[in-house]
Design a protein around this ligand. Structure first.
Ligand code: FA5
Ligand code: MG
Length: 419
């Protein structure tokens, strides 16, 4: 066992393959257990139902699934133009198997290889992994769908774009949707020097129309959801290292604005790396859990992983229905105060240790106090852990015993001193 990173130094086995570990290794067994579950491939799981709905919306697109989540940092970051010091690369934010291999943090990791295979309009669904806080809407494994469409950068591509834009505009003009737009291109959201500005505008417009149309398929006219009001979609300027111009899309649903996806005009260097000549492309990446929680009224992101028949049996392939919570079990809060080791302790390290020790018995973790002693300069933190099962009532004895296990692992693995 490694004291610093609490990972086992034995080789890691993932999908039948053995990987050596090293000082970068921070993948935990709670994560290893999730690899290969492929929830989005189950046609009667909410994630699978949503995945199929999106695939059928883009019925002319080649829809790919089942790609191995183990990728090189080169694929996940460098190929996409992430700078060397981008925070996403840090071991506190991403899961590393060793210094050369990681679990993808987004489906964009497969853009170059997919473009390189000559795919011109494609979708890719996959599990992605990020180290993060613990609460009802964050889970270290979630699912994304990437979509892209390539046009030839010439008169043929231009005619195809003009046709498709006219078709989509016509469809949207007759629908009950209100769009808050931003200009396709601005000084802060610039086009690429290599692009013909007229073509770049047409591609950005095609991206927006294609995604507005998807929003209509997903959120328009859902029984009672918008109470006859038009669907409201909001476009926001965004930044991604691998697209420009870039945008985020939000949808107003049951009284709230919700971030659904990120997208943009693909940086030409991505297509160049994939050796796709004389072309221009748009791409988007959306999170399936966020959308499914809204559409099916699923209140806690852990539920997607539940194998309880009271969850699973509520869903049917091809149908979007409202989830009926089968019961709420009492929350059990335990506070944990400790002095930090000399080297400090990242919140994500603490959360991963809790998740790895107690699995899905943790509902959320909140940092409630942080303190540095003025004389000794020692720092302490206090976290409040909420233990609550999704499926049953947790006895106080059981909560005490898992909490004791958390304390003992925290001492062993990080050498902290409990206050
Ligand atoms: C990306 O991952 C980009 N790869 C998206 C992209 C693709 C941009 C292609 C341009 C072109 P971001 O980190 O914002 O971006 O995540 C995209 C979507 O994934 C979010 O809009 C959200 O729906 C979902 N998402 C992100 N983080 C989480 C999380 N912790 N839990 C659940 N869903 C999440
Ligand atoms: Mg975002």
């Amino acid at each position: 066992q490694c004291r610093r990173c609490y990972s086992t130094r034995a080789p890691v086995s993932l999908l039948g393959q053995q990987y050596p570990t090293d000082s970068m290794t921070n993948i935990t067994s709670a994560i290893i257990d999730k690899v290969g579950r492929n929830l989005y491939m189950n046609p009667s799981h909410p994630l699978g139902i949503l995945q199929s709905l999106i695939s059928s919306h883009f019925h002319n697109f080649n829809s790919m699934v089942g790609l191995n989540p183990v990728v090189s940092p080169a694929r996940n970051f460098d190929d996409l133009g992430f700078p060397p010091d981008h925070p996403g690369r840090a071991a506190t934010d991403s899961y590393y198997i060793n210094k050369d291999l990681m679990l993808r943090t987004h489906t964009s990791a497969h853009e170059v290889e997919t473009f390189a295979r000559g795919e011109r309009q494609w979708l890719l669904s996959a599990d992605v992994y990020r180290r993060d806080e613990i609460d009802a809407s964050h889970y270290p494994v979630f699912h994304q769908m990437e979509g892209a469409r390539v046009f030839s950068a010439d008169a043929v591509g231009r005619a195809e774009l003009e046709d498709d834009n006219a078709r989509l505009s016509h469809h949207l003009a007759r629908s009950n949707i209100v769009i808050e737009d931003v200009p396709h291109i601005t000084a802060s959201n610039p086009p690429q020097d290599v692009h013909d500005p007229v073509l770049a505008e047409l591609v950005a417009l095609n991206l927006k129309l294609s995604l507005n149309s998807l929003m209509l398929t997903l959120f328009g006219d859902r029984a009672g959801a918008n109470e006859g009001e038009p669907l409201r979609v909001r476009w926001i300027e965004a930044y991604f290292p691998f697209t420009t111009p870039s945008y985020e899309v939000e949808v107003f649903f049951r009284g709230k604005w919700l971030e659904i996806l990120g997208c943009g005009v693909v940086q030409q260097q991505t297509l160049d790396r994939a050796r796709v000549p004389d072309s221009i492309s748009w791409a988007f990446g959306l999170g399936l859990e966020r959308i499914a929680m809204i559409l099916f009224s699923i209140p806690d992101i852990r539920l997607f992983w539940s194998q309880d028949p009271r969850f699973i049996s509520q869903f049917t392939a091809g149908q979007i229905n409202t989830f009926k919570p089968y019961s709420k079990y009492p929350a059990c809060y335990k506070d944990l105060s400790f002095w930090l080791p000399q080297t400090g302790l990242h919140d994500n390290d603490f959360c991963d240790l809790v998740r790895d020790t107690v699995g899905d018995l943790v509902q959320d973790v909140v940092l409630i106090d942080s303190f540095t002693h003025p004389k000794t300069n020692r720092s302490s933190k206090c976290y409040r852990i909420n233990y609550c099962s999704m499926d049953r009532s947790l006895s106080n004895d059981e909560a005490n015993s898992v909490h004791a296990q958390v304390i003992s692992n925290l001492k062993d693995k990080f050498g902290v001193e409990i206050r």
